[in-house]
Design a binder for this molecule. Structure first.
Ligand code: FES
Ligand code: FES
Length: 165
């Protein structure tokens, strides 16, 4: 069972698994996962753009499912697994989805990119051979104001092809 130990009227202690590492947090109940990641843990890959659940720039995976970290309370993540874009690279090598985004120019300003990548990673884990429609559906909660969608779809399909070779 997740541990949530009250520490007075405000903050509570919670322990979250972040990118495979134990992350003890001391947070007030209203603190979002996004603020806990960015300000308490220094993981600034997930972006704070709208901060109200409309853009997807803050997308991370909780127990493998994409969520808006700005709409998720940190305390609800006690005992759960959180994955951010920082956790994807291994031994200095980019994750195949990250590599594909670079190879296919799937970003311009880059603000939406960490969220797009996390949504694509979740898709490819669930569906190794997605169609372009599957990719569009997977990133439908991730707004790209630069209009990089065609290249994002290409990158996701290329990463899927590479992974299934
Ligand atoms: S910053 Fe979370 S949805 Fe926009
Ligand atoms: S690359 Fe700029 S918002 Fe998507």
């Amino acid at each position: 069972m997740p541990t949530v130990r009250p520490l007075g009227p405000g903050a509570v202690d919670v322990e979250v698994d972040v990118n495979g590492m134990r992350a003890p947090l001391h947070v007030p109940p209203h603190r979002t996962l996004l603020d806990a990641l960015r300000d308490d843990l220094g993981l600034q890959g997930a972006k704070k753009v709208c901060d109200e659940g409309t853009c997807g720039a803050c997308t991370v995976l909780v127990d493998g499912r994409p969520v808006y970290a700005c709409m998720t309370l940190a305390v609800t993540c006690a005992g759960r697994s959180v994955e951010t874009v920082e956790g994807l690279a291994r031994d200095g090598e980019l994750h195949p989805v990250q590599e594909a985004f670079v190879a296919h120019d799937a970003f311009q300003c880059g603000f939406c990119t960490p969220g797009q990548i996390m949504s694509v990673v979740a898709l490819l884990r669930a569906n190794a051979t997605p169609t372009a429609d599957d990719v569009m559906r997977a990133v439908s909660g991730n707004l790209c104001r630069c209009g990089a969608y065609p290249n994002i779809v290409e990158a996701a399909l290329a990463a899927a092809r590479k992974a299934t070779k």
